[in-house]
Design a protein around this ligand. Structure first.
Ligand code: NAP
Length: 539
């Protein structure tokens, strides 16, 4: 058992986008603070996802932190949608500017956390065997930090290179002249395919289910434009805080059915030419709730795909038939559909001809064999709860978090969970973070958690626990938000599906996220605080 001098007040788990900000805010408190990062360096998602084509699909200037005017004035984004290397440089710039690095322990993977009721502290055990004691733990472990691989026979025997996009090596991977296979058709696969199609010898895309995807419209940011952005930052962040998705794009409230079909089509043609998530977030809200409205919207986007893909058979395979537009996380693309017009690119529909095994030389389907030099697994993540499952967390009376959340997570505001005192979550399940412009949502979460920590430290409180009744109430609220949405029928990570995770393949969602949007979520947090944290037992 650690004595007072040895124990930390706050340990932050993770040094990615949310961990860095939580660390910065915690260091501003008069407290002993440490961040633990499992990886060899900081950056989280942006440290790991080095695959070709990895970049923001949020406008860069809406993705940066908003908390420091100085930082906003000093940092210059070079592209409307920043590529991964620039984003990683940005996060390092932030860490250096606020002198965060000395407070981060790298290669510090947490294996276990146990709540010790006697001294009201968490005991954190690292992979190295070391134990660290702390009063509070703030998890900043990301929502897409546990990659998942398929389990095809023979995967280990393949003689060429093969890796999940999350583990794309930092040293250059030769592409020229090579025969490359990409498995997957999510946001990651779409970025990789678009980027490498004209750089490889041949590209075979193994697609099980297509996703809807619309143009990103990236562009460089000129000096004058950056100056104009800087002058507009207050307005930009104000707009983001008013939009459900945390972007500058805000929903069109004219009413889908008040306009004629021609007027709607003209509006969508306009949005299709706008950057980023305009077509999703500046659209009519009815497309997310009204099946007829969604059908018409989906037909519009399908028409665009048919226009862009020359081979009609291929075009049909790239158009989702099992879910409507916006029912799964929308990937944004740059010449993705045009890639399939190239001679060296082939689409294999593995829903018709499934992969039977990976061989020494490539991939075998029920119909064919594809000789490959490189296999790219763009097969997604055990999202949101996956990061928690990697840590053996024991709360009061030794109850395991994994057991409590066996049938799906339950939380209070996505920030706390009953039975696990002093455990605070940024971008936790049932928060709004994963489904919106991430930094906008996590700043709200970090600020809220930091104010709660301030209270606890100032008042010398040693134990904070969300009430069970409060948790039940929040779970009901969260469920109600999803039941209004057509996306509850989608089969993507937004609704907790991943066919590579035991239990998911049966079609059972693992969690229900909060779909009320950023402003309503922020209001819920504000109300909880204004009530004097009446739903949290404090001692
Ligand atoms: P994903 O959206 O979950 O897509 C995984 C893909 O792999 C799906 O097409 C899936 O097919 C396929 N797949 C998985 N297991 C398979 C198997 N055993 N056999 C055949 N196919 C299999 O994952 P992701 O593309 O990595 O994207 C995850 C999230 O990361 C995105 O939704 C987004 O939130 C984020 N992301 C963001 C950016 C950005 O900001 N620009 C870029 C990339 C990713 P099924 O659909 O049939 O399951």
């Amino acid at each position: 058992m650690a004595n007072d001098e040895q124990a930390y007040d706050v340990v932050v788990l993770g040094a990615g986008v949310s961990g860095l900000y939580q660390l910065k805010r915690s260091l501003d408190l008069d407290a002993r603070v440490l961040a633990l990062e499992a990886d060899t360096d900081l950056g989280g998602t942006w440290y790991r996802n080095r695959y070709p084509g990895a970049r923001f699909d949020s406008e860069s200037y809406t993705y940066g932190y908003s908390f420091s005017k100085e930082l906003l004035d000093e940092w210059r984004w070079t592209e409307r949608f920043s590529p991964q290397p620039e984003t990683l440089r940005y996060l390092n710039f932030v860490a250096d500017k606020f002198d965060l690095r000395p407070h981060i322990r790298f290669n510090a993977r947490v294996l276990e956390m146990r709540w010790n009721e006697a001294d009201a502290r968490w005991a954190i055990r690292l992979q190295s065997g070391e134990e660290i004691a702390t009063r509070f733990v703030v998890t900043c472990i990301g929502v897409l930090s546990k990659p998942t691989l398929p389990t095809f026979e023979g995967m280990d025997d393949f003689k060429g290179d093969a890796f999940h996009t999350y583990w794309w090596p930092s040293e250059p991977v030769p592409l020229e002249g090579r025969r490359v296979g990409v498995i997957g058709a999510g946001a990651t696969a779409i970025q990789v395919i678009s980027e490498i199609a004209d750089k490889v010898g041949s590209l075979t895309v193994f697609q099980r289910r297509p996703n809807w995807s619309t143009p990103l419209h990236n562009a460089p940011i000129a000096n004058e434009e950056m100056a104009a952005i800087r002058a507009r930052y207050d307005e930009i962040f104000a707009r983001c805080s008013e939009s459900p998705g945390g972007f500058e794009h805000t929903p069109d409230r004219r009413g889908f059915w008040t306009l004629s079909k021609d007027e709607r089509t003209a509006f969508w043609n306009h949005l299709y030419e706008q950057p980023g998530f305009a077509l999703l977030n500046a659209n009519f809200v009815e497309i997310f709730m009204d099946e007829e409205a969604n059908k018409e919207m989906s037909a519009f986007v399908a028409g665009k795909i048919r226009q862009r893909v020359k081979n009609p058979r291929t075009a049909e395979k790239l158009i989702p038939k099992d879910h409507g537009f916006g029912m799964q996380r929308l990937p944004l693309e740059t010449n993705y559909f045009e890639a399939f017009n190239r001679e060296n690119v082939r689409l294999v529909d593995i829903s018709e001809t499934p992969i039977t095994r990976v061989t020494l030389d490539g991939i075998e389907t029920s119909e064919d064999h594809f000789d490959l030099d490189l296999i790219v697994y763009a097969t997604g993540f055990d999202a949101v709860t996956g990061g928690f499952d990697q840590i053996d967390i024991h709360g009061t009376d030794g109850v395991r978090l994994g057991d409590k959340w066996r049938d799906g997570p339950s939380t209070y505001l996505g920030v706390m969970t009953h039975g696990f005192p002093n455990l605070l979550m940024i971008a936790g399940p049932q928060s709004v973070s994963g489904s919106s412009n991430f930094p906008r949502a996590i700043e709200t979460g970090v600020d809220w958690v930091t104010r709660l920590l301030t209270q606890a430290l100032d008042r010398k409180l040693t134990r904070l626990e969300a009430r069970e009744t409060a948790e039940r109430g929040w779970c009901d609220t969260v469920r109600r938000t999803q039941h209004r949405m057509l996306l509850q029928n989608g089969k993507g990570w937004f609704t907790g599906y991943n066919s590579n995770v035991a239990g998911h393949e049966a079609g059972k969602p693992r969690y229900v996220a909060y779909w009320g949007g950023g402003p309503k979520y922020a209001a819920q947090l504000r109300d909880a605080e204004a009530s004097g944290y009446s739903e949290i037992d404090m001692a």
